[in-house]
Design a protein. Structure first.
Length: 436
């Protein structure tokens, strides 16, 4: 049983930062923030319900070594909040696949927890959902007061952090050429190729680094996660999957261009991206894949492409986003819906299974939480999960820091340009590390 308290919040960004800092005192904590992104047109109805959603304490932890989806299904039978993540390598329980690449982070394949207390902000009103086994109105209110006066977390990042790439330039270019051979043979149409950058031993302050990351690159699916000694610092612009009632929405992103120096240049760049045949082809291939995935759990004739290849602005870049939705059939529960669509097509390729086989063959590290999903399931059985990209991962015990970058390889890809794009993405993340 949960009780509730409501409190008006004046400074949303400050409160979100304070929740992240409070995580230092907790063993498990997840802070999800939308950064008040609300788009025009059809995306407006699909933006995040919550400005902030955070959860601390773990009355129950769901972190099995096998049969992950069935254990998650069992956990969802209780009408309560669940927060956590799905790692990319759960693909091996969806299809007959394996993961044998190096893993320096050691994140569990899946971790969800039933929190002791939830902080949900909508329209600048905070609702605290507290477990009556752990809190009462007074102690829950006192916790809010303590969060608001939490000081910055002490500790600086190492003065020199120089993440190493898993590929040399020549190796990466040869890998792209290898993927292109598969495309030219007709094995696949598109594959998402990623490489890891890592630093070890390495020491960072994950709390203040994330706050800095979010200030530089605020996104609608930003997340800070503390899972005992492992940390997620996520600046994702992309939704994987949202369920509201029986409606299910996926919003894959494929297609990126920089922001302009002024409004006129920005409009020009947006039009160039909107009409770029290669970018549109990448996006449309993934839309077709998502339509196929959703059809597995959809009511007949309910799958719809609500928006195709529309371009939206973010702080750092413009992104091409499509919106695909359906009405889930009555036979499909939460786990059925997730399994039918996981991993998300924007991070695999098409056809999905063959693309995942080739990802395992050509990449050098286990993806783990990268290109997985983080989010929540609410007491009504609704959920919202992002795509874990543009993220830092940190294992405090092992002093291992990691991030991965990549892009879609299609028949029109130039190997040298693909390498340059990956290095450019890596530099953006490195700047965050150096400025904290």
């Amino acid at each position: 049983m949960r009780g509730t308290i409501t409190i008006p919040i004046k400074n949303i960004d400050h409160f979100a930062d304070q929740l992240c800092r409070w995580s230092e005192k907790e063993r498990y904590g997840l802070v999800l923030r939308s950064n008040n992104y609300q788009f025009d047109s059809i995306l407006q109805e699909n933006h995040s319900r919550y400005q902030i959603l955070a959860a601390f304490g773990a009355d129950e932890i769901i972190c099995p070594e096998s049969n992950h989806f069935e254990k998650l299904r069992d956990a969802t039978k209780e009408s309560d909040w669940l927060f956590g993540y799905l790692g990319y390598d759960l693909k091996n329980e969806v299809e007959k696949l394996t993961s044998g690449n190096k893993d320096g982070l050691d994140f569990p394949e899946m971790l969800f927890y039933r929190p002791s207390i939830v902080f949900a902000v909508e329209n600048n009103i905070l609702t605290i959902h507290y477990s009556k086994h752990n809190y009462n109105r007074q102690t829950a209110g006192s916790l809010f007061d303590a969060i608001m006066v939490t000081l910055k977390v002490d500790g600086l990042n190492d003065s020199i952090i120089s993440p190493l790439a898993r590929y040399t330039k020549d190796e990466y270019i040869e890998t792209v050429k290898g993927v292109l051979k598969h495309i030219q043979r007709g094995d696949i149409y598109e594959m998402n190729l990623c490489q890891e950058f890592y630093a070890s031993p390495c020491k960072i302050n994950p709390y203040e680094t994330y706050i800095n990351l979010n200030s530089i690159s605020p996104t609608p699916f930003s997340a800070f996660g503390k899972f005992h000694d492992k940390f997620l610092l996520c600046s994702s612009p992309e939704r994987y999957l949202k369920k509201s009632g029986r409606r299910v929405v996926s919003q894959p992103i494929k297609g990126t261009c920089p922001r302009g120096k002024n409004d006129e240049e920005d409009k020009l760049l947006i039009e160039v991206l909107r009409n770029d045949l290669k970018e549109r082809a990448e996006n449309i291939m993934i839309v077709d894949l998502v339509r196929n995935d959703l059809s597995r759990i959809a009511q007949k004739a309910s799958v719809s492409v609500d928006e195709l290849c529309e371009v939206y602005p973010f702080r750092q870049v413009n992104q091409m986003i499509s919106t695909v939705s359906c009405i889930a059939n009555d036979e499909s529960d939460i786990v059925d819906i997730i399994k039918a669509t996981f991993p998300m097509g924007s991070m695999t390729g098409a056809p999905k299974v063959r693309a995942m086989q080739l990802i395992e063959e050509h990449e050098r590290t286990k993806r783990g939480l990268f290109s997985g999903a983080v989010g929540y399931i609410d007491p009504n059985g609704d959920f919202d999960f992002n795509v874990v990209i543009r993220s830092l991962f940190y294992n405090k015990t092992k002093k291992y820091l990691s991030f991965s970058v990549g892009g879609a390889i299609t028949n029109g890809s130039d190997p040298e340009s693909e390498y340059d794009e990956s290095i450019l993405k890596a530099k953006a993340i490195n700047q965050v590390l150096k400025s904290t």
